[in-house]
Design a protein around this ligand. Structure first.
Ligand SMILES: Cc1ncc(COP(=O)(O)O)c(C=O)c1O
Length: 484
């Protein structure tokens, strides 16, 4: 292999090489940021990363192969990776990630809808470093202002009586606690959640999760799974009220008539970015309240301004939950989760001791406060709305070009693109999804994958994503699809 081709092989899939003429090959090398200053001279046919004035530090750590070997030897065999040849990500800045060779990628997955302010945002890093220098951990058994300040700021973002905050370390923990509180408050064990939902991987949350691929065959009691109000695949299309009748039937025929809780995402993230049909949540909340239950909104993916139109996903449905759970975006990557509820419901935990060693940790809560401030200061909700609409518009145009795209959905910067081999039968295009995913990575875009059939691209980038990034993403997807 000549040196230019060798260099390129590290940057762009070798599968692309035989199809390119040498001129395009040389151009592709420029595009791949070895020399970004030359980008404006390259061919328009190859999508280009928007310019970005940042140089990652040189990397001198172990190679991808060495890391992979260590992972295989020492980590659980359940730990998987994306891509045939996994990427060794060593640095991040705003909406971009860098691999061990200094190659830049557009991050359109955001560490699974988690990095909302952008990678290593200086305000968040500063808050973490300052707090770590001063006091890293003490537990809430002692006073410290960080946890109280963040609780106050977080409560101010929620409507009505939702003013009491419990901090956890993850979304699973937050949902476990929410379900526990609902069961204690109502004295009822029965919980309802829509099919295709994902709420975590501990006992109660795995029970509330309704996709077999995420459920192990262990005791999971007391959760009923309602027909999913999925506008694309669901039997009632976008008629939310028709789906809601199934929840009422479930209460009438599957429980004592009383329930503990209904838990749902507003947009099912892991399930393939499915926005619940309009009219569903208000009707279901009504049925649940009549049955004495509490409504839990799982905002782990859709919260923290990601939907653009609102700060919380449930707000687009005109409902006010009794309990809201959150994680991921709350800390921009710091392990942090929270449950927010009313003072009356929160009282149930006083019946016994409830304690979480790291919940409310000063470093995590200092980071959380910085995240809230950055979202406001940089108007990230407005950006998610305008860039998200633009991106969805461009993806919808791509749907008209390729029959393989069955659906484009979501709002703001939580978008899904579902691939099907037959648009009538909606046959999941699982293999094609993997191919496009890999090719997009080779061009320089990282998107996520999800959905029950693993045929949906999940686009959940940092909220500082720009229109130029959106163009690059769609152009890369276009090129990758054209090669299928
Ligand atoms: C909607 C939703 N709820 C809960 C969880 C669980 O969060 P964690 O992985 O932090 O435990 C996830 C994780 O993907 C999620 O998407």
């Amino acid at each position: 292999m000549g040196s230019a081709r060798k260099k390129m092989a590290g940057l762009v899939s070798t599968k692309f090489l035989p199809r390119m003429n040498p001129v395009i090959c040389r151009r592709q090398r420029c595009l791949s940021q070895l020399d970004e200053t030359q980008n404006n001279t390259v061919a328009a046919s190859i999508p280009q990363l928007p310019p970005f004035d940042y140089s990652p530090s040189p990397y001198s750590g172990p190679s991808a192969d060495e890391i992979l070997a260590k992972r295989k030897q020492y980590l659980s065999p359940s730990v998987s990776h994306l891509y045939k040849t996994p990427v060794n990500i060593v640095e991040g800045k705003r909406q971009y990630l860098y691999d061990d060779k200094g190659r830049r990628y557009l991050d359109a997955f955001g560490g699974i809808a988690t990095v909302c302010c952008g990678h290593c945002h200086p305000d968040v890093v500063e808050a973490i470093v300052n707090q770590t220098r001063r006091l890293q951990h003490s537990t809430v058994l002692y006073l410290n202002h960080a946890v109280a300040d963040f609780a106050e700021a977080l409560a101010s973002k929620l409507p009505g009586d939702l003013k009491v905050v419990f901090f956890t370390n993850s979304g699973t923990e937050a949902n476990e606690l929410a379900i526990l509180m609902a069961r204690l408050y109502t004295g009822c064990h029965d919980v309802i959640s829509p099919r295709n939902s994902y709420h975590g991987n501990a006992a109660g949350t795995m029970a509330a999760t309704a996709q077999s691929i995420w459920k192990f065959n262990v005791v999971q009691s007391g959760v009923h799974h309602a027909v999913n109000p999925d506008p694309y695949r669901g039997v009632f299309g976008s008629d939310g009220e028709k789906y809601a009748r199934d929840v009422q039937d479930m209460i009438d025929f599957g429980t004592s008539g009383n329930v503990g809780a209904f838990i749902s995402e507003a947009i099912q993230g892991v399930g393939g970015v499915i926005e619940l049909a309009p009219g569903y949540l208000p009707a279901v909340y009504n049925s649940i309240k009549k049955a004495g239950g509490l409504c839990i909104a799982d905002e782990v993916q859709a919260g923290f301004a990601r939907t653009g139109s609102h700060f919380w996903g449930f707000e687009a449905h005109g409902v006010v939950p009794d309990i809201v759970t959150m994680a991921k975006g709350i800390g921009n990557g710091i392990p942090l989760g929270a449950v927010v509820t009313t003072p009356e419901i929160a009282e149930v935990l006083v019946r016994r001791n409830y304690f979480n060693t790291f919940g409310g940790n000063p470093v995590c809560t200092a980071a959380g406060l910085a995240v809230l401030r950055v979202i406001e200061k940089e108007k990230l909700q407005q950006n998610a709305s305008s860039v998200g609409s633009y991106l969805k518009h461009r993806l919808s145009a791509l749907k008209n070009k390729y029959e393989l795209i069955g659906d484009v959905r979501g709002r703001g910067l939580i978008l899904g693109v579902e691939l099907v081999t037959d648009s009538e039968l909606k046959t999941p295009a699982k293999a094609e999804t993997l191919q496009v995913l890999d090719q997009m990575k080779d061009i320089g875009v990282l998107v996520g994958k999800g959905g029950y059939f693993a045929n949906v691209f999940r686009i959940t980038p940092p909220l500082c994503f720009t229109r130029q990034d959106a163009d690059f993403l769609v152009d890369a997807m276009d090129l990758a699809l054209s090669r299928i």
